[in-house]
Design a protein around this ligand. Structure first.
Ligand code: PLP
Length: 467
C-alpha cells in the first residue's frame, strides 16, 4: 500500500479490508516456526544489535502495516528467545500447543472484552466450561470457582485475598468495607520455599512480607509439618505444589486435613505443579491438596497454553467473588457469568478461549501424557548429566533438575558457556546455599534427541570452562 496523506480512520478502514495483511502475518509466523528449531536458543550478538532498528523517535506520520510487520519479523524475530523450540529449559516457561496458537489468532480478530457476559457471551460460556473442566481434571470439590487472570502472581493475590476476607468475616469483620485498620489479627504461615510472588501478594494485601510465621523446609524444599505452629480459624496457611527450583510438593495429605479441622484457610500455589493432579501416575504428588480452600495454577507453564494464562480456583465461590467484586451504575447484573467478578481486572482479554482450545485439543488423556512426558524427559536429562559426572542435587519428582559441577567457579563458568552456546538455555538458582544450574523441562517440543544434544552442550561447556 502506498503512503498517502489522509485521515487516519479512512486509511485504517481500508487496511481492515486488506486480506493480504493477516495472510502476511501468517507467513511471517510460519517462517518463524519453520526456523525456530534450528536457530540459536538465545539470540546471538549480531541479532541483538539489530534491535537498534527500533530505537527511533515516535514517527510523525502514519506507517504502513505491511512494512511494520516486515520490520518486526526481520529485526524482532531473531532477537526472541527460541522458547517454542525443544531446547529451552529456562525458568518454568513452556511451549505453545498448536491448536491454542491457531485459536488465539481467531480470538485476536474477535477482540472481545471478557469483563461481562454482555460484552461477550461466547467468552462467558467458555470460562464456565473451562472452570468445570479444570475442577474435574484437578479433582477439586464440585462447585469450586475459577477466575481467569494473567498468571500465578495475580492468581495468588486473588486466592489469598479471598482467604483473608473469609477469615475476617468469620470473626465478624467485613474487610472489604472496613479495611484492615483495627481488624482482628490473622496468623499468616508460609513455608521457607514459597515463591517470591507469595510475599508480594502478602505485602499488597496488607498482611506484610515479614509479619509471618516461616516454616522450615526439608532438603527438597518441602514444608516440614513438624515445624508448623498451632493452626486455628484465624490462620492463613500458604502451601506449594511445585517448588520453583526443585519441583518438590509440600506434604498436603499430612497438613490439609489438620488445617481443615482447625478452620484455617489453605491456599496452594500450584503454578506449574498442580497439573500433576491430572496424571494418574503423578497424582500422588498432589494427594490431599483437594482439601485446601484456594489454588493458583498457570496454563502457560505445564499445559503449554499461550502466555498470560493464570487461573485462581476457590472452593467457596462467594469468598472469591466477595473479595473481587465491584459494581457501577452502568453495570447491570446479568444473571450470567460475568468474568470480572472472579479476577482483579475489569477489561480483560479472552484468555479462557485459548485455554479451552488447549484442553479440547489435548483431552484428559493428552493432558496426562503431556505432564508425564515432561517428567520422564526431566528424569532422562538428570540421568544423562549424572552419567557425565554432573551432580544432581534434587530428587527429580516432577520437571525440575538442579545441577552443579561440584565447584562454584566451574558451575558459574559452565552455565555462562551453556547460555552462550545457542545449543540450549537454562537458568540458575541458589539451592541449599549453593549456586546451581536450574533445568526446567516444560515444553512438549523437547525430544530425547534435544536432551542428548543439550547434555553434549553441557559437557563441552564444562570442558571449556576448565581451560
Ligand atoms: C511461575 C510461578 C509463579 C508466578 O506465576 P506467573 O505466571 O509468572 O505470574 C508463582 N509461583 C510459582 C511456584 C511459580 O512457578
Amino acid at each position: 500500500m502506498k503512503k498517502e496523506k489522509g485521515k487516519i480512520s479512512a486509511i485504517m478502514r481500508e487496511q481492515a479490508l486488506d486480506k493480504g495483511l493477516l495472510e502476511k502475518a501468517g507467513r511471517c509466523a510460519q517462517d518463524y516456526l519453520d526456523s525456530v528449531l534450528d536457530r540459536p536458543v538465545f539470540p546471538e550478538e549480531k541479532d541483538l544489535e539489530g534491535l537498534v532498528e527500533f530505537r527511533h523517535a515516535l514517527p510523525e506520520e502514519p506507517g504502513d502495516p505491511g512494512e511494520i510487520l516486515d520490520r518486526l519479523h526481520r529485526f524482532g524475530s531473531p532477537a526472541t528467545v527460541a522458547q517454542v523450540g525443544g531446547r529451552y529449559f529456562g525458568f518454568v516457561n513452556g511451549g505453545v500447543v498448536p491448536a491454542s496458537l491457531a485459536v488465539k489468532w481467531l480470538v485476536d480478530s474477535w477482540d472481545q472484552n471478557a469483563a461481562l457476559y454482555a460484552m461477550s457471551p461466547i467468552v462467558s460460556v467458555l470460562e464456565e466450561v473451562c472452570e468445570g473442566w479444570l475442577v474435574d481434571l484437578f479433582g477439586l470439590p464440585e462447585g469450586s470457582a475459577a477466575g481467569f487472570i494473567g498468571g500465578s502472581a495475580t492468581a495468588n493475590l486473588c486466592g489469598i485475598a479471598a482467604g483473608r476476607d473469609h477469615l475476617l468475616a468469620q470473626c465478624g469483620w467485613e474487610a472489604s468495607s472496613k479495611g484492615l485498620f483495627g481488624a482482628p489479627e490473622l496468623k499468616v504461615v508460609v513455608g521457607d520455599g514459597a515463591h517470591a510472588t507469595v510475599f508480594k501478594a502478602l505485602s499488597i494485601l496488607g498482611l506484610g512480607r515479614e509479619r509471618l510465621v516461616r516454616v522450615p523446609t526439608d532438603g527438597q524444599g518441602r514444608l516440614r509439618p513438624d515445624g508448623l505452629p498451632a493452626l486455628d480459624e484465624r490462620t492463613l496457611l500458604i502451601l506449594q505444589a511445585g517448588n520453583v527450583s526443585s519441583g518438590a510438593f509440600d506434604p498436603f495429605a499430612e497438613i490439609c486435613p489438620w488445617a481443615r479441622k482447625a478452620g484455617a484457610w489453605v491456599h496452594i500455589d500450584g503454578a506449574f505443579g498442580l497439573w500433576a493432579a491430572a496424571s494418574a501416575r503423578l497424582r500422588h504428588l498432589t494427594a490431599g491438596m483437594e482439601l485446601a480452600d484456594s489454588w493458583s495454577v498457570d496454563a502457560h507453564k505445564t499445559l503449554n497454553a499461550p502466555y498470560d494464562s493464570g487461573i485462581v480456583l476457590c472452593r467457596r465461590r462467594e469468598a472469591l467473588t466477595g473479595a473481587l467484586q465491584m459494581s457501577g451504575s452502568y453495570i447491570a447484573p446479568s444473571g450470567h457469568r460475568d468474568g470480572m467478578h472472579y479476577t482483579l481486572d475489569m477489561s480483560r482479554r479472552a484468555r479462557a478461549v485459548e485455554l479451552w482450545a488447549c484442553l479440547a485439543a489435548l483431552g484428559r488423556r493428552g493432558v496426562a501424557e503431556l505432564v508425564e512426558d515432561l517428567h520422564d524427559k526431566a528424569v532422562l536429562f538428570a540421568h544423562a548429566l549424572a552419567r557425565e559426572g554432573f551432580h544432581i542435587l534434587n530428587e527429580v519428582c516432577f520437571n525440575q533438575v538442579l545441577v552443579s559441577c561440584g565447584d562454584l567457579r566451574l558451575t558459574e563458568r559452565t552455565l555462562a558457556l551453556v547460555q552462550g552456546s545457542g545449543e540450549c538455555w537454562c537458568g540458575s538458582a541458589q539451592w541449599d546455599g549453593e549456586f546451581v544450574m536450574r533445568v526446567s523441562v516444560c515444553s512438549y517440543r523437547t525430544t530425547a534427541e534435544d536432551i542428548e544434544r543439550s547434555v553434549r552442550a553441557f559437557v563441552r561447556a564444562r570442558e571449556e570452562a576448565r581451560l
